[in-house]
Design a protein around this ligand. Structure first.
Ligand code: AMP
Length: 403
């Protein structure tokens, strides 16, 4: 497989699948440009080599057909600024109003070295998500080299993320720098972790995290389970969880996971106590309770101080830490203490030499909110893709380049 950094892109037209699915406000201002910034090193390397860049991405969830609010034209000005800053010179950025067809073909044909062409939203064609071969082939005609730098969509077998790769020979398709970094860090966790390896899994639902917990039972020494999903485990063990989130149809599964963990010698840590609330509301009345003894009418919305203390100790004695999902309803100030405590402990363990990877939308939002993003070893740009990776699945976007 060709290494991106080893390849010289001089005079090549490089078609890059990026993930520019950024949030926009009602005036089309970009409210978080993390994903755009993440792709800049890949673009810069190609321009520095003397190649030209053709960018393709999706944005939002168009219903089928073009919709102005999902047009990538809203990204042109900011993208131009980011590229110019990175190259220290004005770069010609051209926009094509369609990702296939005559305009895209003409604009890519006329593209000169050092120039960038941004194609319109791929998902204006339903063929993109269907992984349509003819559509993928049309896209492939626009460039000499295909680079996949969209880790966030690597779990999708879409036309531009996977199918397109078959139209390029082995030495003309590769991962971009972001994708390489994501894969290297995720592999370090899954296949090369220094022990003790701790996985911290939180968030709302057990059903979303069953596969990842199952897969990690073969890799981790400790698993912390926090957030709303913890209560399904407490109920499965005969506890009383009041009005806390609970998936009654997953009680057996929760029991099975606890049994498997015991058999495999993996220590599962559940939050012994909780901050409870009388309603799901930022201004709710709150109190404390043991997580297996929550009164009716009350719900656990954060982990309690005993749990924070236990989790801190586990985090501090770990050498590899994976974190996905908050410990409570951290969007509300009253219920963010547990998530903050865990984030801080991970930052401290990292400063002491542990390798830590934070991934999944909400835990990334949490480390950003607590200003700790640069105090962990790696913050992944992948949500669903990262989860599927840790579930042990081979991601179509990765497979397509490797094969
Ligand atoms: P997920 O997308 O599964 O990682 O879940 C993240 C969401 O879980 C966040 O929006 C949290 O507010 C929510 N959450 C975390 N803990 C709880 C809890 N104890 N009760 C209800 N929701 C929770």
């Amino acid at each position: 497989m060709t290494q991106f950094s080893q390849h010289n892109f001089k005079n090549e037209k490089v078609l890059i699948r990026v993930d520019f699915n950024v949030p926009l406000d009602e005036h089309y201002n970009i409210t978080d440009d993390t994903r755009m910034r993440a792709a800049i090193p890949t673009i810069k390397k190609i321009l520095d080599d003397g190649g030209s860049v053709i960018l393709m991405s999706h944005l939002g969830r168009p219903k089928g057909g073009a919709e102005d609010k999902y047009s990538l034209k809203h990204l042109v000005n900011h993208l131009s600024e980011l590229i110019n800053q990175s190259t220290n010179q004005p770069v010609n950025l051209i926009f094509a109003n369609d990702c296939i067809g005559n305009e895209a073909i003409e604009k890519s044909k006329n593209l000169k070295s050092g120039e960038v062409l941004l194609l319109e939203n791929l998902r204006f064609y339903k063929e993109e998500e269907k992984g349509d071969e003819a559509f993928a082939k049309k896209l492939s005609k626009l460039g000499d080299v295909y680079v996949n730098d969209a880790f966030g969509t690597a779990h999708r077998a879409h036309a531009s993320t996977a199918v397109i790769a078959k139209f390029f020979p082995g030495d003309k398709k590769m991962f971009g720098l972001l994708m390489e970094k994501e894969i290297t860090n995720a592999e370090k966790i899954l296949h090369n972790s220094e022990k003790p390896f701790l996985a911290i899994i939180g968030g709302a639902k057990v059903s979303d995290k069953i596969l990842i917990i199952e897969n990690l039972l073969d890799k981790a020494n400790d698993i912390i389970i926090g957030g709303g999903m913890a209560y399904t485990f407490f109920k499965a063990m005969g506890g009383h969880t009041g009005n806390s989130l609970c998936e009654d149809d997953r009680l057996d599964k929760a029991k099975e996971l606890l049994k498997k963990a015991e058999e495999k010698n993996v220590c599962i840590h559940l939050p012994a106590d909780s901050i409870i609330a009388d309603k799901f509301d930022a201004n709710a009345s709150t109190s404390g309770a043991l997580s297996n003894d929550i009164p009716d009418g009350w719900m656990g919305l954060d982990i309690g101080e005993m749990a924070c203390e236990t989790f801190r100790k586990v985090i501090h004695h770990s050498k590899t830490i994976l974190w996905n999902g908050p410990m409570g309803v951290f969007e509300m100030k009253k219920f963010q203490h547990g998530t903050k405590a865990v984030a801080k402990a991970i930052a401290e363990a990292t400063a002491d030499g542990a390798f830590s990877l934070v991934g999944g939308g909400d835990s990334v939002a949490a480390v950003n909110e607590f200003d700790l993003a640069d105090k962990v070893s790696y913050v992944s740009t992948g949500g669903g893709a990262l989860l599927e990776y840790f579930e042990g699945k081979e991601l179509p976007g990765i497979k397509a380049i490797k094969n």
